[in-house]
Write a new protein. Structure first.
Length: 636
């Protein structure tokens, strides 16, 4: 009957789970499409915002540069009107061009010919002969005293080189002064306003696309992937994309459907697309996870029902046999309680007395160990048994309370899990030695057979503390508590070799300024306190990015690692010098001083670079700082 009940319960609960999953799938699909639409809409908004910002930046740059270039052109005309002899001297013209920070400087006479200039090869060019130069002839005919012309960047007539020219009419005589500039900032700003560049700045999911179409021609103007593809699929056609303003599915490469969202902006159509199978993969994963959770719930419900039926239905006729079987299996905490007649009561009492005698055996062994005075404990239990035999000293060695020891000894599985947790990480370089806490170490020697497990625990704290002290003294400077230089080199080499791609690190050599004078004037005790104060600032820097050491005397070094770029290194150095500037050392009752230190650093993004090369370059940078500006840092 119990099996039949469980069978029908499983069928009903499973059917309910499948119905819940089906309804959940339908609702989740619509929710997923709405989420993807909102995600694409946000990304397209960000693209539009970036385009508008770039246009404003480009216009502002052009306005500022045009005004600046015009001022320089008028300054050149002003100089020429007052020092006519400069015009005929090419070196003087070149000097004036450099003085005004312009790339070219020309003088056009009343006939429209470049008569003089800083570029001798351009002298003699007729401005009327080329479309680029001819607009400047209008300045010769202008009656305005302050007539000028600012030309857009374009290839020049002489060398087909992209230049921007500004011309102003001369006041002392008929003619034009023209200055030329290489429009680097405009070209750079224009390059940042391309679709390919903007798309490259956006994080993309797997197989996700961003692309732009011309609304009049349907031509693809930019794509987050490659522009070398044909773009013949349905998802790239203008008519199809116009239907995707609220999100729609279109066919893509290899017949894969894509979920596409589009939006009009000026004369283009900005679109985002994601393969439907990729999008629904998330839904299927969520559905699968929901199924797993529901199956766990089903198992819990069925187990609860099973226990309830078993408790209410199953008869307890074989209670004595079950207790005896449990004791035989090692569950010595079992108490046999069977009443009804004197024979059963005497039998139960005899069994319980026998079990207590076996348990007291561990107490007798504990007494023998206590008499020996050796900090030692032992335990033993069999596979499948519940009770663990353990000597009384086990709680003291493991530093757990008596109640916890009692609880663990009554449950072999819990005891086994606890011992596995204790022995999860052995002390490096030691055999079977484990750390309980910062002031307690134990050695656990375990043997295991097919049927039983035996362990002996001894206290090795004194030995480990002595070894730890010796290791610390071997690797740390006694005065400053910083690493010694040799140990620093080992640690720094390890961090350099383990440096992740796209990360950088730097080594910094430091030297205290004026330390010898302080040491000689105020004594070695003050000098030591000066060194310790400097070391305290080093130790206060973030340990996850700084490795610090004393090299010798008043020389120190550190490694700054796990940085995103050179700017991070400089920021950490600035923070170090800020803290150093706040650290005041008392030299005497009447005098105190802020520590002054010079530093040189060298950084790298190559994990294969030799540490010795970095240290050498940092030393060279330190040497240059010591020669020039003490109290700051310099880069190799």
């Amino acid at each position: 009957m119990q099996k039949t009940f469980i069978k029908y319960t499983v069928a009903i609960v499973t059917s309910a789970i499948l119905l819940i999953l089906f309804i959940n799938f339908l609702l989740s699909r619509r929710t997923l499409e709405n989420q993807q639409f909102n995600t694409f809409h946000t990304k397209i908004e960000q693209v539009i915002h970036t385009l508008e910002n770039n246009r404003m930046e480009l216009a502002l740059i052009k306005e500022n540069l045009d005004e600046d270039y015009l001022i320089r052109a008028r300054a050149a005309a002003y100089v020429m009107d007052r020092q006519e002899e400069i015009v005929t001297d090419v070196p003087q013209m070149q000097y004036l061009a450099r003085l005004l920070n312009v790339d070219e400087l020309h003088v056009i006479d009343e006939n429209g010919i470049i008569a003089y200039g800083s570029v001798s090869a351009y002298i003699g060019i007729d401005m009327a002969d080329h479309e680029q130069t001819s607009p400047f002839l209008d300045l010769l005919e202008s009656e305005e005293e302050d007539a000028y012309l600012i030309q857009e960047p374009q290839p020049n007539a002489a060398e087909d080189k992209v230049m921007q020219y500004v011309g102003v009419a001369r006041k002392s005589q008929k003619g034009v002064v023209q200055v030329g500039f290489v429009p680097e900032r405009q070209l750079e700003a224009q390059s940042r306003n391309t679709y390919d560049y903007i798309f490259s700045r956006f994080p993309m999911d797997v197989d996700e696309e961003l692309f732009v179409l011309d609304r009049s021609t349907g031509e693809v103007l930019g794509h987050s992937g490659s522009m070398e593809q044909a773009f013949t699929e349905e998802c790239y056609q203008l008519e199809s994309l116009l239907q995707c303003m609220k999100g729609a599915y279109q066919k893509g490469a290899d017949g894969r459907k894509r979920y596409v969202v589009s939006r009009s902006y000026d004369d283009v159509l900005i679109c985002a697309a994601l393969p439907a199978d990729v999008m629904f993969r998330k839904l299927l994963e969520n559905t699968f996870h929901t199924l797993i959770y529901l199956l766990f719930v089903e198992a819990a419900v069925i187990l609860l029902l099973y226990c309830l039926v078993k408790w209410k239905v199953t008869d307890g006729i074989h209670h004595i046999l079950e207790n005896l079987s449990s004791i035989t299996d090692g569950n010595l905490d079992t108490t046999v309680e069977v009443g009804g007649n004197r024979e059963f009561e005497k039998l139960s009492g005899g069994i319980n007395t026998m079990v207590k005698s076996i348990i007291n055996l561990s107490d007798r062994i504990s007494a023998i160990i206590d008499i020996s005075g050796i900090p030692l404990a032992a335990y033993e239990y069999g596979n499948g048994e519940e009770h663990v035999f353990a000597t009384s000293g086990i709680g003291k060695l493991l530093e757990i309370p008596t109640e916890k020891v009692t609880e663990l000894c009554r449950n072999a599985d819990a005891f086994d899990r606890y011992m596995c947790w204790i022995t999860r990480d052995a002390v490096e370089g030691e055999e079977d030695v484990y750390r309980i806490n910062d002031r307690k170490y134990i050695r656990i020697h375990m043997t295991e057979s097919q049927k039983r497990k035996l362990g002996v625990i001894t206290d090795v704290t004194t030995d480990m503390m002595e070894k730890s002290r010796m290791r610390y003294e071997n690797t740390h400077d006694a005065l400053t508590r910083l690493y010694k230089y040799r140990h620093f080199q080992q640690l720094a080499q390890e961090r350099l070799e383990k440096m992740q791609p796209e990360k950088v690190c730097a080594v910094v050599m430091l030297d205290l300024d004026y330390f010898k004078g302080i040491n000689d004037t105020y004594g070695h005790d003050v000098g030591d306190r000066y060194l310790q104060s400097f070391a305290a600032v080093l130790n206060a820097m973030p340990q996850k990015h700084f490795l610090t050491a004393r090299r010798s005397g008043d020389e120190f070094c550190m490694m700054i690692y796990d940085c995103d770029g050179r700017a991070d290194v400089a920021a950490y150095l600035d923070e170090f010098y800020r803290r150093l500037g706040e650290n005041i050392v008392v030299l005497s009752d009447t005098e105190e001083r802020i520590i002054s230190a010079s530093a040189g650093f060298a950084w790298t993004a190559d994990a294969n670079e030799e540490l010795s090369a970095l240290l050498s370059r940092a030393d060279e940078a330190l040497y240059e700082v010591k020669k020039t500006t003490k109290g700051t840092y310099g880069e190799y």
